[in-house]
Design a protein around this ligand. Structure first.
Ligand SMILES: Cc1cc2nc3c(=O)[nH]c(=O)nc-3n(C[C@H](O)[C@H](O)[C@H](O)COP(=O)(O)O)c2cc1C
Length: 394
């Protein structure tokens, strides 16, 4: 088994590795994940976060390699969600004198709802906790991505225990950003941001501002690898993602029964490419919505196509648009163009429903709804091509 790992003097990674996790509440995790917990050995031994309940034994075994769990005096619960707090009852049972530190009011109320009243120690932004040589400082990062989220900073170690922020679903026997392929880790961090954090981008901007004064040389998130060599890069990258500034890039997402909407999708793709706009095509039968969302994070153009089925859009397209709506930034998609399209037999309800959904997400439907009756011929496909080119060049 993987042993506890000393990430800085007297600070140990003691988390769990979920090699086989492939679907995290509807988000595909093709590299598995980790639930990171950190043990700080000071005068008052402190555990930062726990893990999913299924990994409690793994975590406790790693803690035992460093210290008898009964000696733990504080458990900092940065976030209520069960992947970080599920092992709390098991750890508390072995550490009966430990005080559980949680953000007020939502961390305390959330933990109480899940695990009962455990005399939580409530903290707010600016509060500190002396654990010996070290002082831990807490910053609430409200709605990144739940109301209770907070991060914990250890001044003596210059470590930010960032919980979900800067995390990646990435299982590895290595623990640091410089020990694994950076492009893969950044890709997983982008997928995490797009699928978990994106709707709260304004809150991320505020959190980055609040944390900008800290002297950080290690970011220890609760999922994936620890940032020690690329701290500036991931903070800068979060700044870029949270700004929601789009790249000149297009995604074309569709489903189709008899290939007409598919032919339209391919024509739209070609038009972008001819305009010099990099573009990607996603058939919803072959691509998972969480992978498409990763690309939506930075795409200026989001074209979505559905034929009409039973007076509406296809269920696959509806599922994608429902997911997109939930993850759309609360203030809408400033500067982003939505392009609804699709084929129909006798009523254009399919493409029209797509248009209404894209508008509801906050896209600008600058090109209108590109609906076509029955099958496409060469002439109409050429017209569609020109319409998209004209829209992109306008
Ligand atoms: C089961 C089924 C139900 C359909 N229901 C409708 C409908 O309610 N209204 C309509 O206008 N067309 C309806 N159509 C026709 C399709 O919208 C039409 O064939 C369209 O060109 C299919 O586009 P596609 O090739 O992208 O699948 C239906 C087709 C099928 C197979």
């Amino acid at each position: 088994m993987l042993h506890a790992v000393e990430v800085k003097p007297d600070v140990y990674w003691v988390g769990g590795v979920d090699w086989n996790e492939r679907n995290f509440h509807g988000y595909t995790t093709d590299r598995g994940s980790t639930y990171n917990a950190y043990l700080i050995m000071d005068e008052h031994p402190t555990l930062v976060d726990t893990c999913k309940s299924e990994f409690a034994d793994e975590l406790i075994e790693r803690v035992r390699e460093v210290v008898d769990p009964a000696r733990i005096e504080y458990i900092v619960a940065n976030h209520v969600e069960q992947d970080h707090s599920g092992a709390l009852p098991a750890v508390c049972a072995l550490a009966p004198n430990a005080r559980v530190v949680a953000s007020a009011p939502y961390g305390v109320s959330g933990l109480t709802a899940h695990y009962g009243d455990r005399s939580y120690l409530p903290v707010k932004t600016g509060d500190t906790l002396c654990i010996g040589k070290r002082t831990l400082a807490f910053t609430q990062t409200v709605m990144v991505h739940w109301p209770d989220n907070m991060v914990t900073y250890s001044d003596a170690d210059r470590i930010l225990f960032s919980n979900d922020a800067f995390g990646q679903h990435f299982a590895s026997s290595k623990h640091f950003d410089d020990e694994v392929g950076l492009p893969e880790v950044l890709a997983q961090a982008k997928k995490y941001y797009a699928n978990i954090v994106m709707p709260y981008s304004r809150h991320v901007e505020r959190a980055l501002d609040a944390l900008s004064g800290l002297d950080v040389d290690m970011i220890a998130p609760s999922h994936g690898v620890i940032w020690r060599s690329h701290v500036d890069e991931i903070v800068r990258t979060y700044g870029r993602w949270s700004s929601l500034a789009p790249d000149d890039f297009a995604i074309v997402v569709y489903d189709s029964m008899w290939h007409t909407t598919e032919a339209m999708a391919r024509q739209i793709l070609e038009a972008f490419i001819e305009c010099g706009v990099p573009a990607r095509l996603f058939d919803l039968k072959a691509n998972h919505i969480s992978d498409i969302m990763t690309e939506a994070l930075t795409a200026k153009y989001v074209a979505v196509g559905s034929p009409t089925l039973n007076n509406g859009m296809l269920p696959t397209v509806a599922a994608f648009l429902c997911y997109l709506k939930g993850l759309s930034p609360k203030g809408g998609w400033e500067g982003r163009v939505g392009i609804p399209f699709g084929s129909y037999g006798w009523g254009p309800n399919g493409p029209e429903e797509v248009a209404a959904a894209l508008e509801g997400c906050g896209f600008d439907l600058a090109l209108g709804t590109l609906a076509h009756q029955w099958t496409e011929d060469e002439e109409h496909l050429a017209q569609l091509h020109e319409t998209v080119k004209a829209g992109v060049r306008a």
